[in-house]
Design a protein around this ligand. Structure first.
Ligand SMILES: CSC[C@@H](O)[C@@H](O)C(=O)COP(=O)(O)O
Length: 361
């Protein structure tokens, strides 16, 4: 299938692909199926909010900002399906759709942030004619998309200022264009450094069990011509000890009030290694990832996924039958291990997040 029409144009996003798009007619959502990358570049076509929620749960689309954008587009499909409904049924239907979307993945706060924004707007415009309600929500969903892309570009420039010429950056999971509205958070920092003329190379942790680093980060960076080498997660300590890593840069799924962050399982171990080796550990995230209502990392809901995702690789079963396996999908990195957080509003010490948020920074 040909790629769908982009809302933020490829020229703005800097990529010839997009994680999530809404059809101009507002009757379909297109998601680049990230489970198939890098083997196949296929866009799934979704026609209902139920299908969008299931696609988020099944990781067709993943990455904190990208699932927020996909969910915002899903709300447009829900509104369209409720077109004939009078205002109170319309609002009740959209509330149910919002709950279903938010339940799809619990850790990334960008999901509930985007859905709440859509729901508030739907409630405020519930008495408008049905076609206008849909058009208003579509405009807001596209704004959420383009705002995220712009935030990535700004935080990229903020973070790039910390990256020296000749740096080797270790990253975990995929915090790139595929995980966002485009350009990326951690990979946005890498891209902005490269665009500023700095020579940079990336060590991409493969990121068991979904292999977002091996499959997605390596795919994105190789398309951009940015040097990238994939390592298994267990190799990171070796390369840090050999002083081959200048800085670690990762994304985040939620930043708590005290500056603790949740990110892909394995991030915490990297932060400990960085501390031990005196290497800076940076987090890049849009402000939509900050959750001032969650006091600290212990209060962040951490998704536990199926053991099957750990015990199977490709078609093969790795673990003897009947042996249990665990699959926490995220871990928490405490604020004291984070050198700085890059956002579109600027760079902060992790402990400054609450004050910056309250000041509206
Ligand atoms: C800009 S994306 C930041 C995070 O969402 C990313 O690092 C991550 O952990 C994604 O996890 P995933 O399970 O692939 O959705």
């Amino acid at each position: 299938m040909a790629p769908p029409p982009w809302y933020p144009s490829p020229a703005l996003s800097g990529a010839g692909y997009s994680a999530a798009e809404l059809a101009e007619s507002c009757d379909r959502v297109f998601l680049l199926d990230q489970r198939d990358l890098p083997a196949r570049e296929v866009y799934a076509t979704l026609r209902s909010v139920e299908e969008v929620a299931e696609a988020i749960r099944a990781m067709v689309v993943r990455g904190a900002p990208a699932i927020g954008i996909a969910a915002a587009y899903g709300m447009v499909l829900a509104a369209r399906a409720l077109r004939p409904a009078e205002a109170s049924r319309y609002v009740a239907g959209l509330r149910a759709a919002a709950s279903m979307l938010v339940a799809a993945r619990p850790t990334a706060v960008n999901l509930s942030w985007a859905v709440s924004r859509m729901l508030a707007s739907a409630e405020a415009h519930a008495h408008e004619p049905a076609e206008e309600r849909v058009a208003d929500l579509a405009a807001l969903a596209r704004r959420i998309h383009v705002e995220d892309l712009e935030a990535c570009r700004r935080m990229g420039r903020v973070g790039a200022a910390r990256i020296p010429h000749g740096a080797t950056i270790l990253t975990h999971c995929n915090a790139g264009a595929l995980a966002t509205g485009g350009y990326g958070t951690a990979l946005g920092v890498v891209r902005a450094a490269a665009e500023a003329g700095k020579q940079v190379r990336v060590l991409a942790d493969e990121t068991r069990p979904y292999l977002q680093g091996a499959r997605l980060t390596a795919w994105e960076l190789s398309q951009d011509g940015i040097p990238v080498e994939v390592i298994t997660d267990s190799m990171a300590g070796h390369f840090l000890r050999r002083r081959e890593v200048t800085a670690i840069v990762v994304g985040a799924d939620r930043i708590a009030r005290n500056g603790d962050i949740a990110n892909k399982i394995g991030t915490y171990g990297l932060a400990c290694l960085a501390k031990h080796h005196g290497v800076p550990f940076y987090v890049a995230a849009p402000w939509s990832t900050v959750d001032l209502a969650t006091l600290d990392g212990d209060h962040i809901p951490l998704e536990e996924r199926s053991r099957d995702e750990v015990v199977r690789v490709g078609g093969s079963v790795l673990v003897p039958e009947g042996v249990p396996a665990r699959h926490p999908a995220f871990d928490v990195t405490p604020a004291e291990l984070i050198t700085a957080i890059f956002t579109e509003r600027g760079e902060y010490a992790a402990g400054e997040i609450a004050r910056a948020g309250e000041a509206g920074a």
